[in-house]
Design a binder for this molecule. Structure first.
Ligand code: ZN
Length: 70
């Protein structure tokens, strides 16, 4: 999915949003002030705002089955 970075001309807020092909003609509103005066920035993933995936490792509790209940 295409993720584009936008900047609000009203408050200067920068945010990233998903742009679906069906909603391409709709104006992108600012997440902060709700203004439609936004402009699309070309360099997504440049500022490193999204910090996803921090190496979550679970499933370490291995209980030995075969309960000896006798
Ligand atoms: Zn704004």
């Amino acid at each position: 999915m295409p993720i584009f970075e936008y900047r609000c001309k009203e408050c200067g807020e920068k945010f990233e949003t998903l742009v679906f092909p069906s909603a391409r003609s709709e104006p992108v509103k600012c997440e902060k002030c709700g203004s439609e005066q936004t402009e699309k920035l070309m360099s997504a993933f440049a500022s490193g705002g999204l910090n996803a995936g921090s190496g979550y490792s679970g499933s370490s509790a291995g209980g030995c089955g075969s309960g000896g209940f006798s």
